[in-house]
Ligand binder design. Sequence first.
Ligand code: C5P
Length: 224
Amino acid sequence: MKNYKKTCLQVAIDSPAAAGAGTQAKLISKHYKLLYLDSGKIYRLLAYLKIKNPKKFNYAFVSEKMKALKMSDLQSKRLLSDDVGSVASVIAKDIKIRKLAHNFQMECAYNPSKKYKGSIIDGRDITYNIMPEADFKFFITASAKTRALRRYKELKGLNKKISLNEVLKNIKKRDKSDYNRKVSPLKRTKDQYLISSENESKRSCFLKIKKIIDKKLTLNGNIQ
Ligand code: C5P
């Protein structure tokens, strides 16, 4: 396995589904000129491929897809549905699949192209598994009800036919699976800053995070 050395700014975010981590990660990436990877999209892409090609889906197939993976493969709107998210959380329990998805995340975390000042990744195991030495680790959360309402509005915006109740049920099921699985579960650790997005606007949540980052960067004399 390749030996990765940290040479750039790293921001790691873990969060349960629909807590607003992706929105915050995008805002942070723009502000600090960081490469952004939504690691959940890797598991969503595999879930999508499994739904489309159930017979072809095996470790060799996943390995081939992961070797050829490009950031642009993760941008499709088709990956956003709740069905894809639910299958993703099942796939994500498989240690062999996680190992195959590891390299791409490590390349993003440790080798962002020169045009970036570093990288930011959000997911479930980023703060303690993918970027254990990250300069900043955040755990962003909100109640299941608030998260369900946000996801429901998002899905409605994409013209997906689903009820709020169904979205809430899916979120609770995914939480249970993501927190309780044996391999790389979602968890709180002492070195994460806890950010509640419950009663916060996107902007106020971003400003809270920015304050934490700026304070440490200024203390360390880093140029922003
Ligand atoms: O973040 P998102 O909700 O799109 O992730 C979809 C699923 O992928 C999650 O429910 C989780 O099971 C899985 N995932 C993971 N590890 C990550 C990111 C996502 O297991 N780092």
